[in-house]
Design a protein around this ligand. Structure first.
Ligand SMILES: Cc1cc2nc3c(=O)[nH]c(=O)nc-3n(C[C@H](O)[C@H](O)[C@H](O)COP(=O)(O)OP(=O)(O)OC[C@H]3O[C@@H](n4cnc5c(N)ncnc54)[C@H](O)[C@@H]3O)c2cc1C
Length: 572
């Protein structure tokens, strides 16, 4: 069934900040190697790095320091981050932003004196977010894509990775099985080193922000390959997703945090402010607190027409709002809302997965030949990600992965024969829906079930009984997907088929999230259990690590600083 086979030295899955940085660094470090970027969409046009609005955290300014950025990251992550990974993030972000500007040609906004402008983002003690207006991601991805196009880096666009294939003795990775989405044919790519950089993507929640091409494929593949995933219960919700009805993909997309930062008010269905009942910082509290408060208000049924709440900016002066938030005002106008002078319906929306594949600081995983970077990886952010640390993470670790893979391929990399039975079995699983008789349900109703389960029971507020119920519901959803029938006569851009594969992966990763959430019997950061509302001892912080269905709690090693301490000299 596999119709073509390709060999390459380095194979990169995904073309976001992590994938493209890895390609450029590997190419620079070892120009003699063949490098292939394989991506579900079109290179430079897909994934979430392109969607970055706010910007990129990096300690550049006088008065700021990498120690301060580090402490913000550790405290924001509620002492769960791997401290060596977080240190790597904050130190190498400085190099990456210089590279983006001086070698790759990004233009970031500047101060009148010519220095880089850095704005305030929630949860940080210094204004350190570098940006290009509110279209920072487009600037970064366009420049990265141009540089990749200019080099001899091979591209497999509209190629969907479906399974990691080990060697026959299972000791190492051999390569990756793909579906060429343009034909529906199976392609096997053998590689000496493979980077998983498919960007996570919590699109299993009713309201979500990530791009539609993301369905946790990389995480699902890693999980099926038996790799350990950490912190999977930690899913970040952004408080202000646009709520414009189920008919539009605009629903769920982010209205930026700066609106609340500038003094925007959140109102319930009765048009009353409510945030001060939940937190003294009211609308300026952190994302997790605001999202929980909003969810609680929504549960009281005091909602806007679409079942959410409102954001109101008019008291700041419609002209000022229109000037300062031009992009947001236009986005709202596209959906019939007047952000500058009226009310806009909003709802918390699933934004980012802090959890992912466990990895070392040089991006190796425990499977020889497999490396990971970006949102597919876990451990950098712990229980919460600071806004602006996401794109820093993908670019920093993408570059590290490129350097590491180049060195690894030169020293010990080899093309290894795949386990042909594993390829056949992966193909057979993809073929499942074509072997069934006509479907009784449709994919929309199954997607609705997934949304319902994850939003209601594994979302912003959780409890043990709801999580156990969710596990049962996800099990039967998976069974229904396995019984689902599709017409396979035309495989070219067979969107139903890809949707089915998306849902299979989302259901699998949803079970992982749920199992980890059951295991964590405290509340911290993005994870809140109403039956365990207290945060456990920070000194005894432990992270969840899940391999297949087994979850273990593993202690955090405080390699640089312990709870109650700080690296900031002036704070002593
Ligand atoms: C609306 C929005 C705004 C954001 N704003 C900010 C911000 O201001 N600051 C910040 O720091 N972070 C922000 N983030 C988060 C940030 O975008 C991500 O953390 C980061 O870009 C992830 O980079 P990545 O390379 O890991 O993944 P992505 O950039 O998402 O790239 C993933 C790639 O993998 C490909 N892929 C997926 N599945 C497969 C498959 N099966 N086979 C092959 N390819 C596959 C995708 O097509 C894509 O090319 C924002 C996110 C969103 C959604």
């Amino acid at each position: 069934m596999v119709t073509s086979r390709i060999d390459t030295d380095i194979l990169i899955l995904g073309s976001g900040g992590a994938g493209l940085f890895a390609a450029l660094h590997a190419c620079q470090a070892a120009p003699e190697l063949s490098i292939t970027v394989a991506v579900k969409g079109l290179l430079g046009k897909c994934g979430c790095t392109r969607m970055v609005q706010g910007g990129y955290n990096v300690a550049l300014a006088k008065g700021d320091s990498i120690e301060r950025h580090f402490m913000d990251t550790i405290e924001g992550g509620k002492w769960l981050p791997d401290q060596d990974l977080a240190w790597q993030l904050v130190t190498l972000a400085v190099e990456r932003i210089r590279e983006l500007e001086n070698e790759l040609g990004c233009f970031f906004d500047r101060n009148p004196d010519g220095s880089i402008h850095q704005k305030a983002f929630a949860g940080q003690t210094f204004d350190r977010t570098v940006h290009k207006g509110d279209l920072t991601g487009i600037e970064i991805i366009n420049r990265l894509a141009e540089q990749v196009w200019a080099r001899g880096i091979a591209r497999l666009e509209e190629h969907r990775a479906v399974e990691l294939i080990r060697t026959k003795d299972a000791a190492a990775l051999s390569g990756v099985l793909f579906v060429d989405m343009r034909t529906g044919e199976y392609v096997f790519v053998r590689a000496k080193a493979v980077l998983l950089a498919t960007g996570g993507g919590p699109t299993m929640y009713r309201y979500h922000t990530p791009s539609g091409d993301k369905s946790c494929d990389g995480l699902a593949m890693a999980w099926r390959a038996g790799l350990p995933l950490r912190d999977m219960e930690m899913v970040q919700f952004h408080p202000t997703g646009l709520l414009a009805g189920a008919h539009t993909r605009m629903t769920g997309t982010v209205l930026e945090e700066g609106l609340r930062g500038a003094g925007g008010h959140l109102l319930n269905g009765a048009k009353e402010r409510f945030m001060s009942r939940y937190d003294p910082k009211a609308e300026r509290a952190t994302r997790d607190i605001v999202s929980r408060a909003m969810f609680a208000e929504i549960k009281k049924q005091n909602t806007s027409p679409h079942g959410g709440l409102y954001i109101s900016m008019a008291h700041l002066g419609p002209e000022r709002v229109a000037k300062e938030f031009k992009g947001m005002v236009e986005r709202c106008a596209d959906c019939g809302f007047d952000l500058a002078g009226g009310l806009v319906e909003v709802v918390p929306t699933a934004h980012y997965m802090m959890g992912g594949v466990e990895f070392a600081a040089d991006c190796r995983t425990e499977l020889p030949g497999l490396f990971v970077a970006g949102e597919d990886s876990g451990g950098v952010h712990g229980a919460n990600r600071l806004g602006g640390n996401g794109v820093a993470n993908s670019t920093v670790f993408g570059a590290v992965a490129g350097d590491t893979m180049a060195a690894w391929v030169r020293s010990e990399g080899a093309l290894r024969e795949p386990d042909s039975a594993a390829i056949e079995s992966a193909v057979a699983i993809c073929e499942t829906p074509f072997k069934r008789r006509a479907a009784k349900s449709n994919l929309e109703s199954l997607r609705e079930k997934l949304f319902e389960t994850m939003w209601e029971r594994v979302g912003i507020l959780r409890d043990g009984a709801g999580l156990e119920q969710a596990l049962r519901e996800l099990g039967s959803l998976n069974d229904e997907l396995d019984r689902f029938a599709l017409d396979g006569a035309n495989r070219a851009f067979n969107l139903g088929w890809h949707d089915w594969m998306n849902l299979k992966n989302l259901a699998a990763v949803s079970r992982v999230i749920t199992a980890a959430a059951i295991a964590r019997k405290d509340s911290r950061g993005a994870h809140f259990r109403s039956d365990f509302p207290e945060t456990g001892s920070l000194d005894e912080s432990a992270f969840t690590s899940i391999r297949f269905d087994e979850v273990t709690m593993r202690p955090v090693t405080f390699t640089r600083v312990r709870p109650g301490q700080t690296l900031l000299k002036d704070a002593a």
